[in-house]
Design a protein around this ligand. Structure first.
Ligand SMILES: Nc1ncnc2c1ncn2[C@@H]1O[C@H](COP(=O)(O)OP(=O)(O)OP(=O)(O)O)[C@@H](O)[C@H]1O
Length: 583
């Protein structure tokens, strides 16, 4: 076993796993840490150490932030939060020392054991909501909530979920990285406001909890499948569908957590209480009172009156910040099919993120990201980001009509009305985005490939809609980018249909002899030659020439001279000189 020292206090022994932001090692404490550590530890104690990627460790901004947030990370203690014991900064090494959790993470558990029962899912998520409530009360937003960041310890024969990776998204989302207009997150769990670069609060964690709860009971997140950017689009535009296996009270909770409007999501503390009420009311031993309480769970889902803001995102009160329609680029990396279990992704935003060059310390001075003419196109940024992470990058054609970055409707040539054209119709939302149509529950799979025609150029639509109409048709709960339903088009008069062509008449003889047409032509030509030859033989002096044994050129010369004689005779007078009468 190779061991590597981390600082003077720890020895890395064995890698436990690797994520987007670093590698987690099983490690051993060499000696007791100093007073700066939250947990000094004992020599020989086993710990887990997350060694942050060099890319992060080499960034001065991140190191600064790491040190600045040290106290925040070290003071976060809760039974459902993996404790951060120490932070190590040494040369080019940046590491978080944590309690070692002996158990799988929730993502692996789900993969190996399948979905949980609704009661178990509700109770497990309630504990995560407890952890969120504690951190939000302390002003800390996780921002990367997903099953892979929930470790399952075993306590008293029971599964005990513990939330980890607190603060990592904060570190990774530092000016050093965001100057390339990217944000950090995991697409399947990213809240709409994060995806759009709008102001974020602790409500993003509640959204993540809702996605996770859905995944716990169904085995998959609601907006998985397709490329990363397609997934982000779905967060922005699609409403989740209730699978038949989810009890109504639990669905009420999920639906509220997944509200596009952060202001409608419950606070974490209320979420925890609601989930316990639901778990009690949907269990087999539920009393009538518990069932009734579960049915009225909607009343428990009050939002947090003062949600914790996410630092360095546009402040909610920046004028115009909430109006700025930011539609995310698509394809993700244009195209590898997206695995919702994927590690935290770094994806582009459509404009300079906070903390970019010229960033000021005042968060209210940060304008919402708006693409400037000189900025690289988000697609370029995205491809670069994908390459930087050595991920497979494919390029797919995107029909400009489907490019959500183009707000203006592309100009299209006037199409003459085509006979037999379908009457104008509006494509459903999923088609406008080149996305999968809503599927029956159970049909969707991780890493599902979009249909091959996904980016195929669309035929011109009967009526051009402005880009904002790519937003969903209004639904009762939808609050972002609501779009009026396109008015029904009046029926256009159909151009007169051309008369159907009569079938081609054939000869009476139904038998067709192959090559007969060619044979007929040959016979006709032969007959033509025979007749022409006969006429030449009869009407020209050819017979005389042959009889006189003249050569060809001589015969021609004679013919020419006799013709010229005849012409000269004609020119000299019509009367032919006659010989004088003989005396
Ligand atoms: N405190 C810990 N104790 C034991 N194992 C841990 C601990 N923290 C993380 N791990 C394990 O290390 C692996 C990598 O963790 P990490 O947090 O880097 O990955 P991730 O969450 O999948 O990726 P990302 O960084 O993209 O969020 C995971 O499989 C996790 O189970």
């Amino acid at each position: 076993m190779t061991v590597r020292p981390v600082g003077s206090k720890y020895l890395l022994e064995q890698p436990l796993g690797r994520g987007a932001t670093g590698t987690v090692w099983r490690a051993r404490q060499r000696e007791t840490a100093g007073a700066e550590a939250a947990v000094p530890g004992q020599p020989g104690e086993t710990v887990a150490i997350k060694v942050l990627k060099e890319e992060l460790a080499n960034d001065a901004d991140i190191v600064m932030r790491f040190l600045r947030e040290r106290s925040v990370l070290l003071r976060l203690t809760h039974p459902n939060i993996v404790r951060t014991r120490d932070l190590v900064v040494e040369g080019d090494l940046l590491a978080l020392v944590m309690d070692l959790v002996d158990g799988p993470d929730l993502h692996r558990y789900l993969r190996e054991n399948g979905p949980l029962t609704p009661v178990a899912a509700a109770l497990l998520t309630a504990q995560i909501a407890d952890a969120l409530a504690a951190s939000h009360a302390d002003g800390v937003v996780h921002r990367d909530l997903k099953p892979a960041n929930v470790l399952l310890a075993e306590r008293d024969g029971r599964m005990h979920p513990m939330l980890t990776d607190f603060g990592i998204a904060r570190l990774a989302d530092s000016p050093g990285l965001t100057r390339t207009h990217e944000f950090v997150g995991t697409p399947a769990y990213v809240a709409p406001e994060s995806a759009e670069g709008r102001p974020q609060t602790s409500a993003v964690d509640v959204y993540g909890a809702g996605i996770m709860l859905y995944e716990l009971v169904t085995g998959r997140p609601p907006f998985g499948g397709g490329t990363a950017l397609e997934v982000l689009h779905r967060h922005l535009s699609e409403e989740p569908r209730r699978p038949s296996t989810v009890p109504a009270p639990l669905w009420t909770v999920i639906e509220r957590c997944l509200s596009k409007d952060p202001g409608r999501r419950p606070g974490a503390e209320n979420l925890a209480r609601a989930l316990r009420t639901v778990a009690a009311g949907i269990g087999v031993h539920a009393t009538v009172a518990e069932i009734e309480a579960a049915e009225g769970v909607g009343a428990l889902l009050a939002p947090d009156p003062s949600p914790a803001p996410v630092p360095d995102t546009p402040a909610p009160d920046v004028p115009g910040a909430s109006d700025a329609t930011q539609v995310l680029p698509s394809t993700g990396r244009a195209a590898p099919s997206y695995d919702p279990s994927a590690a935290t992704s770094v994806l582009p935003q459509t404009g300079p993120g906070p903390g970019g060059p010229g960033d000021t310390a005042d968060p209210t001075a940060v304008m919402p990201p708006v693409p400037g003419p000189e900025d690289p196109h988000p697609w370029q940024t995205q491809l670069r980001a994908a390459r930087d992470r050595n991920e497979q990058t494919q390029v797919q054609y995107l029909d400009p009509a489907d490019d959500p970055l183009r707000r203006r409707p592309p100009r299209r040539p006037q199409q003459p009305p085509r006979p037999q054209q379908q009457p104008p119709q509006y494509r459903p939302q999923h088609q406008q985005y080149g996305q999968q149509p809503p599927q029956q529950h159970g049909q969707q799979q991780y890493g599902q490939q979009p249909p091959p025609q996904q980016y195929a150029p669309q035929p011109p639509q009967p009526q051009q809609q402005p880009r904002r109409q790519h937003a969903p048709a209004p639904q009762p709960r939808q609050q972002y980018a609501p779009q009026p339903q396109a008015p029904q088009q009046p029926q256009q008069p159909q151009p007169p249909q051309p008369a159907p062509r009569a079938p081609r008449q054939r000869g009476a003889n139904p038998m067709r002899i192959p090559g007969l047409g060619c044979l007929k032509g040959c016979l006709f030509t032969i007959v033509l030659f025979v007749v022409a030859g006969w006429l030449i033989w009869e009407l020209t002096p050819l017979q005389d020439w042959i009889a006189q044994g003249k050569g060809y050129w001589q015969a021609i010369g004679d013919a020419i001279s006799s013709v010229s004689d005849w012409i000269s005779q004609l020119g000299s007078g019509t009367e032919t000189p006659t010989a004088p009468p003989q005396q």
